[in-house]
Design a protein around this ligand. Structure first.
Ligand code: PMP
Length: 437
């Protein structure tokens, strides 16, 4: 524990010590360990609406939302009830259920580019399947991805070679053999020239461009005007597929996903997070003629014992059906306006260089002098020490932010004026602390 920070309380500290004995780093996903901000994590007991509660009884306004799924707020009664009812019928069957079709129909009705969906169990699996599908469908090997874009821990996509110059893939992690990433090309997000260069060099070999339409794993970086359309045009020119990884943006930036918000149509879409309403669900979707490349209709193998899991389908249906008419997104927009305006005023008051960016119901906070952050290098130049002070002071004042300067923030329909006011009061203390640090 870091003596500088009051959190965690004694129960969290004890649970973390116990966890570290039986789990690497005490966590099941690395960012939860607070390595990016110092200190040790609060262990959560329960959550409701805009709030989460740790095992020491502390209440926090939550802007993590389980890293994205909780757009309706935590423990939404309709979602919880759908899961409870389904659980009483048995947990999983290894045989089809009507629920899978119901969720697939909802996804197809909401996302224009999707006629057919395969359910999987995580965003990682969705991205992995999308890549294999693109390769199988085109008969080509290479994938162009972007530095600072994350597509889960898929071997071939776990490459984050330096921004700027296009480079051949270098494994981003021990355990990923070079052979597995030799067909991965890394371009610069928001730099169409870097993509055109990759196509010029390898055009006939490129199966797909895979992109987060809003980059949400390097804080929150929207696409510049024309960037996504430029990718669409390059893919068409070279006969490659355009894959949108909408695991984070899907149903969060718009009920029709980022592709509806920006008016650019991908060939294949990877989904996760909101599509499962907080349960472990991912999905891959696209036109039927592409999707039918997957087994059993086509030769590209893909499978899952627990895929289309009834509880995940129930939570996903309960969530998406509430997002479909757009009213949730409409209700969230002014809340996020007042949050971000309030944060900016507070930062200005304390003389802290600060910037926010947002698309739909996701946002980013940057400790920077810049007036816009659009490239990976801009993000890397932000002050992570200031973020750590901000993060911990917010936590001490009852606001739970993602424990890293490179994660996006998530708001829900449950964030009411009281929650936002509490956040801004905490921010007053946090910016004061940053100004003094
Ligand atoms: N793609 C994107 C864009 C993501 O943000 C994430 C996770 N944050 C993933 C893929 C991987 O999803 P999961 O953690 O569910 O495997």
């Amino acid at each position: 524990a870091n003596a500088q920070w009051q959190r965690p309380g004694p129960r969290s500290a004890e649970l973390f010590e116990r966890a570290a004995r039986v789990t690497p780093g005490g966590v099941n996903s690395p960012v939860r360990a607070f390595s990016g901000v110092g200190g040790t994590p609060a262990f959560i007991d329960h959550a409701s609406g805009a709030y989460i509660y740790d095992v020491d009884g502390n209440e926090y306004v939550d802007y993590v939302g389980s890293f994205g799924p909780m757009i309706l707020g935590h423990a939404h009664p309709a979602v919880v009830e759908a899961v409870q009812q389904q659980a009483s019928k048995g947990l999983s069957f290894g045989a089809p259920t009507g629920l899978e079709t119901e969720l697939a129909e909802l996804v197809c009705s909401m996302v224009d580019s999707i006629e057919s969906v395969r359910m999987v169990n995580s965003g990682t699996e969705a991205a992995m399947t999308a890549l294999r599908l693109a390769r199988g469908h085109t008969g080509r090997k290479k994938v162009i991805k972007f530095a600072g874009n994350y597509h889960g821990h898929v071997d071939a996509l776990l490459v984050n070679a330096g921004s700027g110059a296009l480079t051949l893939g270098i494994p981003g992690s021990p355990g990923v053999p070079e052979a597995v990433v030799q067909d991965t090309l890394v371009a610069t997000y928001n730099d169409l020239d870097s993509v055109a260069e990759a196509f010029k060099a390898h055009g006939d070999d490129v199966a797909c461009v895979m992109v987060e339409p809003v980059a949400g794993n390097m804080n929150c970086v929207p696409p510049e005007d024309g960037f996504l359309q430029g990718l669409r045009d390059l893919c068409d020119e070279y006969g490659a597929l355009l894959v949108f990884d909408e695991v984070m943006t899907g149903f969060r930036v718009h009920p029709g996903c980022a592709q509806a918000h920006f008016g650019v149509t991908p060939d294949v879409t990877a989904l996760g997070k909101i599509v499962g309403g907080g349960m472990p669900v991912g999905a891959v979707g696209g036109p039927s003629k592409v999707m039918e490349t997957l087994a059993p209709t086509g030769p590209v193998y893909q499978a899952g014992t627990l895929s289309g899991h009834p509880l995940g389908m129930a939570a996903g249906i309960a969530t998406l059906s509430r997002l479909k008419d757009g009213s949730v997104h409409e209700a969230i927009a002014p809340k996020l306006d007042s949050l971000l305006q309030g944060l900016q005023q507070c930062a200005d008051k304390h003389g802290v260089p600060f910037l926010t960016q947002r698309v739909g119901a996701m946002f980013g906070m940057f400790f920077t002098d810049a007036s816009r952050v659009s490239r990976f290098d801009d993000v890397a130049a932000c002050d992570t020490d200031k973020f750590a002070v901000f993060f911990h002071t917010m936590l001490d004042h009852g606001v739970y932010l993602a424990p890293s300067a490179f994660e996006a923030g998530f708001i829900s329909q449950a964030h009411d004026d009281t929650a936002i006011q509490r956040t801004l009061e905490a921010a007053d203390a946090a910016f004061a602390a940053v100004a003094q640090a």
